[in-house]
Design a binder for this molecule. Structure first.
Ligand code: FE2
Length: 370
């Protein structure tokens, strides 16, 4: 008999940890291009001998960028295999030990059992399990911790950075984090989130085959009980040409995080600031904007602003959303970002997929990987 797993009270996405080749330079990129503040650091100067980490924050979003300092760092093979990428998606929970116990009892593979780290700022608790590919989920609790991030990290000397001369970017929170998994594996990972984490399937929008003459993918979305944490999971479906999901799997060397969507209250200002900071976005054909009024009806934003910046619009039964996708942020065509502004809509922009696939395939053709 299967029973519905008891709900684990997840609070939010606490942070996303990236394993990268050069964390110092990545921090510069996410600060100066994406508008994050660099708030904490751990490395040689703080007594850490094997890796360096920078903690970046914008709104409620926290990124941790980590690089190995030595040839014998245990995670070096991941860097060789994947290039820069998301290593861990950490979720905040009420009780780390209880969450870990419940998930491992339901079949999660443990990476790190419940662990306390302590310094004069208090106690930080975490535990880690495996997810798709080499990606992990940590479960953290910082109720008894007052420090900058976690023990071992020190607040960064702000003198190290120049004053900002650009407008605030205005990213507020992580809206969703998307996984690409191998063909035929999507359902397995949906069931992992349902059975192990107690997530539920968000059925009402992206629950069917998304395939066009251009490319093809299958996508399902799982979310936590409160609907604050949303993880779409993609797998490639057979298309005429090599799909963007297959391209990702090849260049990442397996499943992993495809994109992180970050919410803003003013996408026009956010995207304008990011473009001024040299972030490259996917562009859709101009015809997209000619068809837009008929497709989505009235919206508050100025169509000229959206067309100028390449911002996409979609509507569902509950409202509309505005979204835009960056190009991959490293040389490998793997991780990219989405900026999203929701006006009631809770879906993920399915109506834009066809226009987007055309834009992505244009980029794939330029890379010779189509
Ligand atoms: Fe998305």
């Amino acid at each position: 008999m299967t029973t519905t797993p008891a709900e684990i009270p997840f609070r939010r996405i606490d942070h996303v940890r990236f394993f990268v080749g050069n964390a110092r330079q990545s921090a510069y990129f996410y600060r100066n291009a994406f508008g994050f503040d660099v708030v904490a650091y751990a490395g040689l100067e703080t007594g850490l001998r094997h890796e360096a980490s920078y903690v970046l924050r914008q709104g409620e979003i926290t990124f941790v960028l980590t690089s190995p300092l030595r040839a014998d760092h245990p995670e070096n093979p991941h860097l060789m295999l994947h290039g820069d990428g998301v290593q861990d998606v950490a979720l905040e929970v009420d009780d780390v030990a209880a969450a870990f116990e419940a998930m491992t009892r339901r079949g999660a593979v443990a990476v790190t059992p419940p662990t306390h780290r302590e310094d004069p700022d208090g106690v930080y608790e975490f535990a880690t399990i495996r997810a798709y590919g080499d990606t992990t989920h940590s479960f953290v609790n910082r109720d008894r911790y007052r420090g900058a991030f976690s023990p071992g990290f020190r607040p960064l000397d702000l003198d190290r950075y120049s004053p900002r001369t650009f407008h605030a970017v205005g990213l507020k929170a992580i809206d969703h984090i998307v996984a690409n998994v191998e063909e035929g594996k999507m359902q397995e990972w949906v069931e992992f989130y349902e059975n192990v984490l107690g997530f539920s399937l968000l059925v009402h929008f992206d629950d069917k085959d998304i395939s066009t003459e251009y490319t093809a993918l299958m996508s399902k979305v799982v979310q936590d009980g409160k609907g604050r944490i949303k993880f779409p999971i993609n797998e490639p479906a057979r298309g005429r040409r090599r799909s963007q999901i297959e391209e990702y799997l090849q260049f990442y060397g397996g499943p992993g995080v495809q994109h992180i969507a970050m919410a803003t209250d003013n996408i026009v200002e956010t995207v304008r600031a990011m473009r001024n900071n040299d972030v490259s976005f996917l562009r859709v054909p101009p015809a997209y904007y000619e068809l837009l009024p008929d497709r989505v009806g009235p919206i508050a934003e100025d169509l000229h602003d959206l067309a100028e910046l390449g911002i996409l619009v979609d509507r569902d039964e509950e409202g509309y959303l505005l979204q835009i996708f960056t190009k991959p942020v490293a040389d490998r065509p793997t991780l990219f970002f989405e900026v999203i502004e929701r006006h009631g809509a809770r879906s993920f922009g399915k109506g834009n997929f066809k226009a987007l696939f055309e834009a992505i395939e244009h980029e794939q053709a330029r890379r010779g990987t189509l």
